[in-house]
Design a protein around this ligand. Structure first.
Ligand code: NAI
Length: 253
């Protein structure tokens, strides 16, 4: 079976990913601040807001993985800098250390969000940030460049652009990197999103689609992206939102 590293497996979408991988015969190493409640092969505690903690976790991790799946994240109700550290800086720090721990043919999937769909408007800033290629220098950039609006959206825009930008950089290792952009998903942080994005907005999405996503609705496309069938899908931002983004972009709703 596949050997996989999954962050965020202690709850929500990450838990569904871990469950489905295990069901499919994969070995799952969990990296999370909390211990997962579903069976995993191994759990290593990590605090993604702290590069020293990430390095400690990495020191306990071997190599030869087929997939690295970044699901852990904080909602926009958490303190701004913490959101940026966990959702982007920590994700990047961990992911870059995983590059040479992945087997040829391996894949990385980053969970972004439809909340990060507006990256094109901030592309110049995000490119500048990406050029700051350590956790600390990225944090310095962030402190020097206050962003408008909720940091959650900006952190997800960064994840999306990072994913697209890194794709060709991993060709030599024969590793692919893709992003998933979910719309609202029924997990413990949905209540936080109602607070930070407006309950009316989320209710509106639910009204149009009939329901919100389940964690499995998101986990299955993630599994596809790490499967051999996705071998030519690379640097792609896959929207998995039941159709709401398309409807909004086309001006129909
Ligand atoms: P969740 O709250 O159920 O799970 C998040 C996981 O991340 C938890 O296991 C938590 O322990 C872990 N985590 C948080 N901070 C951490 C840290 N500092 N170090 C290590 N682990 C940490 O949330 P959910 O809904 O499963 O979200 C997973 C991902 O999906 C997040 O990146 C979120 O932004 C994204 N997403 C969620 C949507 C939703 O509506 N639920 C919509 C779009 C994206």
């Amino acid at each position: 079976g596949l050997r996989c590293v999954v962050t965020g497996a202690a709850s929500g979408i990450g838990q569904a990913v871990a469950e489905q991988l295990t069901k499919g015969g994969a070995t799952v190493v969990s990296l999370d601040r909390n211990h997962p409640t579903v069976p995993v092969s191994r759990h290593i505690p990590i605090d993604l807001s702290d590069p020293a903690s990430i390095d400690e976790a990495l020191a306990q991790l071997d190599s030869g993985f087929d997939a690295h799946i970044n699901v852990a994240g904080l909602p926009g109700t958490a303190p701004s800098e913490l959101v940026f550290k966990v959702n982007f800086l920590g994700l990047r720090h961990l992911t870059e250390a995983m590059f040479d721990r992945l087997n040829p043919g391996g894949a990385i999937v980053n969970v972004s969000s439809t909340a990060g769909f507006g990256w094109a408007q901030r592309l110049e800033s995000i490119r500048e940030l990406l050029a700051a290629d350590t956790f600390e220098s990225g944090l310095d950039w962030f402190r020097d460049h206050p962003q408008e609006g909720n940091t959650y959206n900006f952190s997800k825009e960064c994840v999306t652009v990072y994913t697209m930008a890194m794709a060709t950089g991993l060709v030599e290792q024969n590793v692919r990197m893709n992003a998933i952009l979910p719309g609202p998903v029924e997990t413990p942080i949905l209540a936080d999103f109602e607070e930070s994005m407006g309950k009316d907005n989320l209710d509106g999405v639910k009204f149009l689609l009939g329901r919100h996503a389940t964690p499995d609705d998101i986990a299955e496309p993630i599994l596809f992206l790490v499967s051999p069938g996705a071998r030519w899908v690379n640097g792609h931002a896959l929207v998995v939102d039941g159709g709401i983004t398309g409807a909004v972009l086309s001006g129909l709703v």
